[in-house]
Design a protein around this ligand. Structure first.
Ligand code: SAH
Ligand code: SF4
Ligand code: F3S
Length: 430
């Protein structure tokens, strides 16, 4: 059999990007070869997202454009979260799809491909399992990498589709994670981000998240260690102290707030209040004064009043997040919130734009405060006028010299362009 080639297109979050590496690793081990040009591919894999309606529509319209690519000798695979949500319904929208596969079934990919190539049949497998992809360690040639430490989610925030498409939370064995981190460090990776929908819920035998984090920081030679996402209800002092006590853990917390109104938080099933959230931020800032904090916010949740929306705005202005991902509420079928009546689109749109404007001003102010200060920057790649890298606080900086990816340099911020700080490299004797 001649070697078959595959091409992967990925939508969605870091988790999905990491899953695409797992897919590539599994297929390469089975004798398939990854290519960068779909025209020379026999297999086209679209790894999809369904977290909001918009994400799903983007994936669907992309897949619709593949009708021209597809023929009897070629296989189209729809993988990921949208595949899990729509399952056989997808065959109505995309009649030429050959394989619909959910995020927990990738170990079976190559045997499914054999069957499809031989029998020209269609296969659908979106069953959610206990899968953690233990033992799969996709290699990577870059400077930064993701390592997933748990999969799925059991929190059932009332708006969220993730628990339905990725199954319940389960954790990967700690030893397997350590082994993967060590392998990556050996191949030159300088920064690793540990991934999970709620990393604070990590639990494997005797290991909880703060213990795992501490162990990775101490037992491996990783230069920068980050983690995503922290759920406010589960991030505790223990983890904050581990971050504080290990120089190689970046003092950056991604802590989705979602809403500043207690009534809406309750309807969202977030299990914390605005007061609790504010105390948590105070605790982080007391323990680690230079910590950076980013967040996710949803505006226009069903029944959100103007006053409740303003409570979010007020909290955003008080806390001053270093970064924020802001979304309009998007109803997801099957979730509890999908039963509620939606707010008018024009109201949601206006609220979102106002929030984005306010947050942009905060980011601009924060960037300006960086002027004249020095930061340690890990260079990730080239930029138009020099190199691009990130501070420990997860802020992108452009430096005015050509550096190698992986270089670590001390940078003094000399100006701000747009929201981006521009710096110059401090020489050793300065
Ligand atoms: N596990 C993480 C992230 C999940 S998805 C957490 O708990 O925060 C990433 C973000 O997408 C969420 O934080 C939320 O802000 C947003 N999101 C999820 N479902 C959404 C929906 N139905 N409509 C709009 N935004 C949504
Ligand atoms: Fe979704 Fe909530 Fe789980 Fe995050 S914690 S993935 S928002 S259910
Ligand atoms: Fe990620 Fe989208 Fe799935 S955000 S978990 S790829 S629904």
């Amino acid at each position: 059999m001649t070697t078959k080639h595959f091409f992967i297109k990925t939508f969605g979050c870091q988790m999905n990007k990491n899953d695409s590496l797992i897919i590539a690793d599994l297929l390469s081990t089975s004798g398939y070869r990854q290519v960068n040009d779909p025209e020379i591919a026999d297999i086209f894999i679209v790894n999809t997202c369904t977290v909001r309606d918009h994400a799903e529509n983007r994936a669907l319209s992309y897949i619709s454009s593949l009708k021209k690519w597809h023929n009897d000798q070629r296989i189209l695979i729809i993988a990921g979260c949208m595949a899990a949500r729509l399952s056989s319904e997808l065959t109505k929208k995309i009649p030429y799809v050959d394989l619909i596969i959910g995020p927990d079934s990738y170990r079976k990919l190559s045997s499914y491909l054999n069957t499809i190539f031989q029998k020209q049949t269609r296969i659908i497998d979106v069953v959610s399992t206990e899968e953690t992809y233990c033992g799969i360690h996709p290699g990577i040639s870059g400077i930064t990498a993701y390592v997933s430490i748990m999969r799925g989610c059991s929190n059932f925030c009332s708006y969220c589709i993730v628990p339905y498409v990725r199954g319940r939370a389960r954790s990967r064995p700690a030893d397997d994670i350590i082994k993967e981190v060590k392998n990556l460090v050996n191949t030159g990776v300088k920064e690793i981000t540990l991934l999970g929908q709620n990393v604070n819920e990590y639990s494997y035998q005797d290991w909880n998240f703060s213990q795992l984090l501490n162990r990775i920081a101490r037992e491996t030679e990783i230069f920068n260690l980050r983690f995503l996402t922290s759920h406010p209800k589960d991030l505790g002092l223990q983890t904050i102290e581990v971050v504080k006590n290990n120089k190689n853990i970046c003092p950056w917390f991604h802590l989705p707030l979602q809403s500043g109104s207690n009534r809406i938080l309750k309807m969202m099933n977030r299990q914390y209040t605005r007061e609790y959230y504010q105390n948590l931020i105070q605790l982080i800032r007391k323990e680690i004064p230079d910590a950076t904090i980013s967040t996710d916010i949803i505006v226009g949740f069903p029944t959100e009043t103007e006053d409740e929306y303003n409570e979010t705005i007020e909290l955003v202005k008080t806390i001053k997040f270093d970064d924020a991902y802001m979304y309009r509420y998007s109803p997801r079928p099957k979730t509890r919130a999908a039963r509620y009546k939606n707010l008018p689109e024009s109201v949601i749109k206006k609220r979102l734009q106002n929030l984005i404007d306010i947050q942009n001003r905060i980011i601009r102010e924060k960037s300006e405060k960086m002027l004249g200060k020095k930061y340690e920057v890990l260079i990730e790649g080239l930029a138009r006028n020099g190199s691009r890298g990130k501070t420990k606080g997860n802020k992108y900086v452009i430096v005015n010299e050509s550096m190698m990816p992986g270089d670590i340099c001390e940078v003094e911020i000399i100006k701000i362009v747009g929201h981006t700080p521009i710096g110059r490299i401090k020489k050793q004797n300065e």
